[in-house]
Design a protein around this ligand. Structure first.
Ligand code: ADP
Ligand code: ADP
Length: 224
């Protein structure tokens, strides 16, 4: 079976985490989300967390030299040997270049980059209503995807919180950072023939169906 080395790209709030939860189950891939890794490091007060916290609180990016080594190491773990789903990395062109160089030195290559596209207005609606379980990481929306019981996670009853960076002022900054530093990856991967675009404004189940069908097709192509 060919490797499935996949990247999710899109503005904050596009639905990357929501889709990742479904896709990793469909294809049994390890889910490597840099935001989750960084938030855990901040909560534990590790050296990485201490370096990252200020940038994250302001809605900016953690510097490339802080994040690149952490993610490339994670990709070497045994569970990622047959494939992975990366969410939130790369987020800059230098990160994409470092990832490409690292994979090719290991004789591996990316299978595809899945872009989930939504407008800035939709991002603002989604992030302002986003609630997450600090314990399970499960994502909800007060209006679009509410939990069965208000304020608590369906999975284990843990309390739902609003992320500090989902406050209005920080959301605007994150969007600006996305357009300036991450959106250039769309052309970067398009030029490499790796980009697949999905309309993220559709309901979650529909976005999921399309992404799943695309990955299934890529897997068949890879094994021919
Ligand atoms: P990202 O990981 O890209 O930041 P999330 O998956 O956390 O995005 O989704 C952001 C918010 O939008 C969450 O509150 C989620 O419940 C909601 N959401 C995700 N996908 C959709 C969708 N297709 N339609 C409406 N709301 C969505
Ligand atoms: P979102 O749900 O908005 O897509 P994430 O959870 O992926 O956000 O990321 C939260 C924060 O973590 C970012 O605003 C940024 O400060 C930091 N971060 C995550 N991934 C990276 C990365 N690849 N490079 C630099 N900073 C990152």
């Amino acid at each position: 079976m060919a490797e499935l080395n996949l990247i999710l790209v899109g503005p904050p709030g596009a639905g990357k985490g929501t889709q990742a939860e479904r896709i990793t189950e469909d294809f049994n891939l390890p889910y490597i989300a840099t935001g989750n890794i960084l938030r855990a490091a901040v909560a534990e007060g590790t050296e990485l967390g201490l370096k990252a916290k200020g940038f994250m609180d302001a809605g900016g990016l953690v510097p490339d030299d802080v994040i690149i080594g952490v993610i490339l190491d994670r990709l070497q773990a045994e569970d990622a040997a047959e494939g992975f789903l990366l969410d939130g990395f790369p987020r800059t062109v230098p990160q994409a270049e470092a990832l490409g160089a690292d994979l090719s030195s290991l004789g591996r290559q990316l299978t595809a980059v899945l872009l989930i596209d939504v407008s800035d207005d939709e991002v603002i609606r989604r992030l302002s209503g986003r609630r997450v379980s600090a314990k399970t990481g499960r994502v909800y929306h007060v209006e679009f995807d509410p939990p069965k019981n208000e304020g608590v996670c369906d999975v284990d009853g843990s309390r739902l919180i609003q992320r500090d960076d989902d406050k209005p002022e920080t959301i605007k900054n994150r969007l600006a950072v996305y357009h300036e530093q991450t959106e250039p990856l769309v052309d970067f991967y398009s030029n490499l023939g790796l980009l697949r675009r999905f309309d993220g404004s559709r309901p979650p189940a529909e976005v999921h169906d399309r992404i799943r069908a695309q990955i299934a097709a890529l897997r068949v192509e890879g094994s021919l």
